[in-house]
Structure formats: structure tokens, C-alpha cells
Design a protein. Sequence first.
Length: 203
Amino acid sequence: MEKKKSVFMNGLLFENPTFVQLLGMCPTLATTTSVKNGIGMGLSATAVLILSNMLISLLRKIIPDKVRIAAYIVIIAAFVTIVEMCLNAYLPDIAEQLGIFIPLIVVNCIILARAESFASKNGVFASMLDGAGMGLGFTCALTIISTVRELLGAGTILGIKIYGDTITPMAIFGMPPGGFITLGLIIAVINFIISKRKAAKNK
């Protein structure tokens, strides 16, 4: 049980794909202009991670080693297509906002990396936990970044106005440079906290 908990928590905190491993930077910077988009992108990637990890783990002894990457991409692409169709059917506004970034989940390095490094070597349940942990870690990261960017760049959270007309939003946070600034500052804070904890443990 402890091992399964560790697998889940690794992706959520200790090996967070965005803040620790710095993976998936393209959707991270492009889709975090609003909280709704950040959550939508994160949960879409989470669904694909869980399902693709599950199927790849089930087929890991059948897929020939020479074509494993191609097979992984086909599996991931199938689940991305399903997720995209579901979004178009039930959440068309989010699907329209995220646009091309939903199909691009196919080449998201987080998903392919987990397929190669974990799902292809572990059982089904552990692989699903790994996918859930990594996916929710990615979702949390996108939510944090998009909250900061939407609040500072538009003065809103989920479209709800937070501060009045007396404060002018900083439009740069809604632009690509704002994404880099926000990500850099959050990573700096996380690294500072980690270094402080390591120093405290070494005393």
C-alpha cells in the first residue's frame, strides 16, 4: 500500500512534471491564460495518461520492442481522439478555447515518457496510479499558473471580477512573456522551499 501511495505522490509532488521535471512546457505556457483553460487542459491530459498507461501496461509483453514507441503513439492518439470528441460534444467552449492543443497531447512528452519509463515496466494498477499522479500533478501546476496569470492579467478568477476598476490589470501576464515570468517565479519559490527543507533535515 505504501508503495502504491508513493507512486501516486511522486507525480503529484516529488516528481511533478511541470515544476520539477519541466516537461510539457508548450501547453503549460500556451493554455494557462485562464483557470478554465488550465483545468480543462490538465484534466484532458490526465484522462489520456491514465487510459494510455493502463492499455500499454496490459500490452507490454505483447508489443515488440522494435516498434514499441510507434505502438505507444498509436495508443495515445486513440485516447486523445476520444477525449477530443468528448470535449467537442459536452464542453464545446473549452474545446474551442484549447483548440489545437488537445490534438497535440499526442506528442506531449509527459505522456510518452510515462509510457516508456513506467507503464511498459509495471502492472496495470500501478501504471494507472502513476498516470493519475502525473496527470493531477500537471493539472495542479496548470491551475496554479493560470490562477496567477488570470488574476494579474485580467483581474478575474474563472471569469469573476476580483478587484474593482481602481486597479489596472497587468496585460503582460496574459501574453507569452507573462507565462514565462509566472512559471519562473513559482519554480523559484518551490526550489527555495525544497532547499530549506533539505537544510533543515541535514541539521
